[in-house]
Design a protein around this ligand. Structure first.
Ligand code: ADP
Length: 490
């Protein structure tokens, strides 16, 4: 069983996440309903009761007090009573001014004794008292001043706000009462509502989970299918079909990878073809000439021996290039840096081309102002120069003029190698530094190398943090350049 078989799919994860989220949402809702709703309801009720009392006190002298009180009572489902207080009678005689209720009805009214109690508490409290207690309902009119309460058994809570208009002269006591417990029918409705909302949320979340997981996982599935094809070396693939950014990026990257893999694969095939060709040609020459020299006595001439030596050298050059590039790329080359004269280094390389200049009709020029010193590995720098000059010679065509120019500026030396040959197409320029890249795919043994030269140059110059590049115009020639930090002569 593969490890991936044990893992849950994205679809399951998403569905679980949605379900968890909905359950949390429902839990929070039920928590508010069960625990906080009562507290919030009571707080709102308490504020309401106080606001009603204040509103009546503001309107106490209003001619329409009766209708105002009635309106407030009806709007807020509260019981209001107003009493006239005579302070000279110890404040204990409270004449009901407004008791809008029919005392024989079952409507709630404050018990007379409670009113006296509220009055005293309000006086002590600076004119206002808010209190909560078990409700005691009145349903009789026979008490002092025609007001005698009879208690009813009722367990609900009653919130009362008793407020005085004044405490010195004859004044009013306003008592506003409200049943604090939420209405059973309201609670019932809310409960049904919550059950419906819960079912609704669950259904919606299941629906969204199914749709989203399909939306998210389907294109990933498609991409995985194509990636498997890519693993089977099928490089002609375009990854597409992402509905969201991350997947689009993944698809783009995979398309890019497929493209790059295809390129590498082509280069690999090309390299094998080239190397085998490059190896076979000198080997054929060596075997051929050796056999001729063995079989035909007169052919054992120094020229023929030289051909064998040259071909053997070419073979070792190819093998060396291959070794160099693999060592440079793996970073195992130890640079033997020292202060050296770059100008002398270029002059030395020029000496190697003397024969070519004499016999091949090449004109290789070196332009420089002064001797320049750099801190580098002489062998590697020679390799860079040699590869660039060699290319210039190889691709200079009929012009056969190569100019090497050395200029210095701000502790930096720039070396330019210019030829007036075939040049390079602009769209090919970025690739010529790649391993095994050849602009001319047709393998021309006579002039073209292994396709490794510039890659070796790039790798060496990167080790010295040098800048390098090429300017080229098709049909007019190319200038390859690189810079190095200059140092003082030791
Ligand atoms: P090669 O051994 O084939 O020359 P390089 O890595 O040195 O490989 O160069 C890569 C490719 O860049 C060459 O195959 C050639 O097409 C192109 N190139 C390099 N130098 C020049 C130049 N001076 N003029 C034109 N094309 C060049």
């Amino acid at each position: 069983m593969k490890l991936t078989d044990k893992k849950l799919s994205l679809r399951v994860y998403l569905s679980l996440a949605f379900l968890l989220f909905s359950l949390l949402l429902i839990a929070v809702m039920w928590f508010f309903q069960a625990v906080l709703f009562d507290a919030v309801y009571r707080t709102i009720e308490a504020t309401q009761v106080e606001r009603c009392a204040a509103s009546i006190i503001r309107n106490i002298a209003n001619e329409d007090l009766d209708s105002i009180v009635k309106e407030i009572e009806e709007q807020n489902d509260m019981d209001i009573s107003i009493y006239l207080v005579y302070p000279f009678r110890d404040g204990r005689i409270l004449d009901p001014v407004y008791i809008p209720h029919d005392f024989t009805s079952s409507k709630k009214l404050t018990e007379y004794n409670s009113v006296v109690e509220y009055y005293e508490k309000a006086v002590k409290n600076g004119g206002k008292v808010v209190e909560k207690k078990e409700s005691k309902y009145l349903n009789s009119a026979n008490g002092p001043n025609g007001f005698h309460p009879i208690l009813e058994n009722d367990s609900s809570e009653l919130l009362t706000c008793a407020q005085l208009t004044d405490t010195r002269n004859v004044h009013h006591l306003v008592v506003v009462e409200s049943d604090i417990a939420p209405d059973a029918s309201v609670l019932g409705t809310l409960k049904i509502q919550f059950v419906i909302i819960t079912i609704f949320i669950l259904l919606i979340s299941v629906f969204i989970a199914i749709v989203t997981s399909h939306y998210v996982s389907k294109p990933i599935h498609d991409t995985t299918k194509k990636a498997k094809l890519l693993a089977q070396q099928n490089y002609d693939l375009t990854f597409s079909g992402g509905n969201y950014k991350e997947l689009c990026e993944l698809n783009d990257t995979l398309t890019y990878s497929a493209h790059e893999l295809k390129k590498v694969d082509e280069l690999r095939k090309e390299l094998i073809a080239n190397i085998s060709h490059d190896l076979r040609t000198p080997l054929t020459m060596i075997t051929g000439y050796s056999e001729v020299m063995r079989d035909i006595p007169g052919e054992n001439s120094p020229e023929n021996v030289q051909i064998i030596i040259d071909e053997a050298n070419r073979l070792s050059q190819l093998v060396n290039d291959l070794l160099d590039i693999s060592k440079l790329e793996s970073g195992t080359v130890a640079m033997e840096n020292k202060t050296l004269c770059l100008t002398d280094c270029i002059k030395d390389i020029f000496k190697r081309y003397n024969k070519l200049t004499e016999q091949g009709g090449y004109d290789i020029q070196f332009e420089y102002d002064s001797d320049v010193y750099i801190y580098a590995d002489e062998l590697r720098i020679s390799q860079v120069l040699y590869n660039l000059i060699n290319n210039a010679i190889n691709y200079s065509g009929n012009d056969k003029t190569i100019i090497v120019k050395q200029t210095t500026k701000n502790n930096e030396v720039c070396v330019e190698v210019t030829d007036h040959g075939m040049g390079i197409e602009e769209d090919k320029l970025p690739y010529i530094w790649d391993r095994y890249y050849k602009v001319d795919k047709e393998h021309k043994q006579a002039v073209v190398g292994t396709g490794l030269g510039l890659s070796i140059v790039k790798n060496i110059l990167n080790q010295y943090d040098s800048q390098y590049g090429v300017k080229s115009t098709l049909g007019q020639g190319s200038t390859f350049w690189f810079t190095m930090k200059t140092v003082e002569k030791d």
